[in-house]
Design a protein around this ligand. Sequence first.
Ligand SMILES: [Zn+2]
Ligand SMILES: [Zn+2]
Length: 279
Amino acid sequence: MEEAVAKSGLGWYPPGMNIFDSHCHLDDRTYDRDREAVIERARQAEVRALMVVGIDLPTTRRAVAIAEKYAHAFASVGMHPHDARHCDEKTLAELRALADHPRVKAWGETGLDFNRMHSPQADQELWFQRQLDMAADAGLPMIFHERDSGGRFLKILKNNWGPERTGVVHCFSGSDQELDSYLELGLYIGITGILTIHARGEALRTQARRIPVERLLVETDAPYLTPTPERNKFKRNEPAFVRTVLLKLAQLRGVPAESLAPVIWTNTCRLFRLPEDIP
Ligand SMILES: [Zn+2]
Ligand SMILES: [Zn+2]
């Protein structure tokens, strides 16, 4: 029944867009029963490419396996700040080896999250630093996760950044000043379905209007952060719903989705160093 509703919802979209879900967790166990159908619904919603993001060693391995199976799916390797306390040099070495896989196009997610503190600050900072080193060694763009780090994320980042480096602050939820600092560092900004959520998205809706268009990415962070209106029907987010994020972003910026979509597609391909004609 859920599937029928999702399909019927596709009718109100204009034709002919290419959309890149720049951040999803398609390896998540919640998709084990219907992953194929989820990917097909994304195709119907014109989601032509997906970045499947690792958060630890097992999820990274699964992300790579998905990227091997689907020509339009790519993988990233990383250890999420939530799991930093489980990290060690051996894990990092295994991630580094996976980073050389031809389907791996980014390092992350890594960063700092002092909101939930699933790992102690010292562990988070140590493994964030080490992953900055590893990504540089692998020559990969980075996918950052930052929440409530009180300036620590930016401080560590600035000490490790240079013109040869690139990355995205995924699921951006920072202050205006943090946004400006990220833009100054040349980073891309990942916009999720939070944009569509009434109270929670208020600050983001204002910020999203002033981000330079060439730095914008869209993402689902599926299975989390289901946008409105899909969240009224589905608890689980999925890549097809990134289309809703794109449409909302276009509406907020006062431009047609058909003209915003190709710019965001180009941005995402530029960041992940992919050819624009992904099959
Ligand atoms: Zn994240
Ligand atoms: Zn994520």
